[in-house]
Design a protein around this ligand. Structure first.
Ligand SMILES: NC(=O)c1ccc[n+]([C@@H]2O[C@H](COP(=O)([O-])OP(=O)(O)OC[C@H]3O[C@@H](n4cnc5c(N)ncnc54)[C@H](OP(=O)(O)O)[C@@H]3O)[C@@H](O)[C@H]2O)c1
Length: 223
């Protein structure tokens, strides 16, 4: 069971949709039980109208407040904006305990017409999450995947997902999870300290998207 903290936004919904298609059960977490329930209903509608929705048995979707969601989930995925990450994780620290936490967060700001990276004291959003959750195993992944692509049932996912973390077993687990999504190739990006490069790459991709009016992503070649 995968639980999303802040799963009501496009990134959480998009990843949850693709995991549902892959047969995984998901819980959408939110600060509001109503928004969580509405998001789970939306996922069920997306699944029903998806071209591949009937072809394979899909997982189940439920909505809960964040605290219940992280308690009920086996593994946790964080999909909140960077500005809210440290506070919400501090609130949920006891409920998360020593679980595996996948961080998708990108420290990016949109100001005065510019898209730029936010400097992070700990080095990266993922390292900030690990600082706030010392008992948990934080692995970073999925930052270079566009939520618009993930949420569009008619669009194929075709990209590399770079996975960074200090616990090899947990990293391999997340790589396996990522590859359950059709079209994803998981790449071992090394330790959690390398997450800063992956996160900042998203800021570049967002600038490219603005220029090309597209949803760009990355492919690692030569491996
Ligand atoms: N969008 C993309 O294409 C994309 C791609 C790669 C990575 N990411 C990363 O994924 C994360 C989520 O992106 P998104 O576009 O889905 O973000 P979003 O829509 O701005 O936020 C996602 C959810 O987070 C919760 N939230 C918002 N502010 C919060 C706060 N201060 N404290 C706690 N929860 C808060 C909200 O849920 P409730 O109000 O229901 O609690 C919201 O629906 C971001 O860190 C982003 O950098 C996004």
């Amino acid at each position: 069971m995968l639980s999303f903290i802040g799963g009501t936004g496009p990134e959480g919904l998009g990843l949850a949709f693709r995991f549902l298609l892959a047969g995984e059960d998901v819980i959408i977490g939110s600060r509001s039980a109503e928004r969580a329930a509405a998001a789970a209903d939306k996922l069920k509608e997306m699944l029903a109208s998806s071209p591949s929705g009937d072809a394979t048995p899909s997982g189940t979707a439920q909505g809960m407040e964040n605290e219940q969601a992280v308690k009920a989930g086996d593994d946790i995925i964080i999909t909140v904006p960077f500005g809210g990450q440290a506070d919400i994780l501090a609130l949920l620290r006891d409920a998360i305990g020593d679980k595996l936490v996948v961080d998708t967060v990108v420290p990016v700001k949109f100001a005065k017409g510019k898209i730029s990276a936010i400097p992070v004291e700990e080095g990266s959003a993922a390292e900030q999450a690990q600082r706030v959750l010392p008992e948990a195993t934080v692995i970073s992944a999925f930052q270079n995947l566009s939520a618009e692509t993930l949420m569009d049932p008619h669009e194929a996912v075709d990209c590399s997902v770079i996975v960074c973390g200090n616990d090899l077993e947990a990293k391999k687990k997340v790589m396996g999870l990522a590859e359950k999504i059709e079209g994803i190739r998981a790449i071992d990006g090394g330790g959690l300290a390398n997450s800063r490069y992956v996160e900042d790459l998203t800021t570049l991709l967002l600038n490219i998207n603005r220029i090309y009016k597209a949803h760009s992503s990355i492919q690692i070649t030569g491996l």
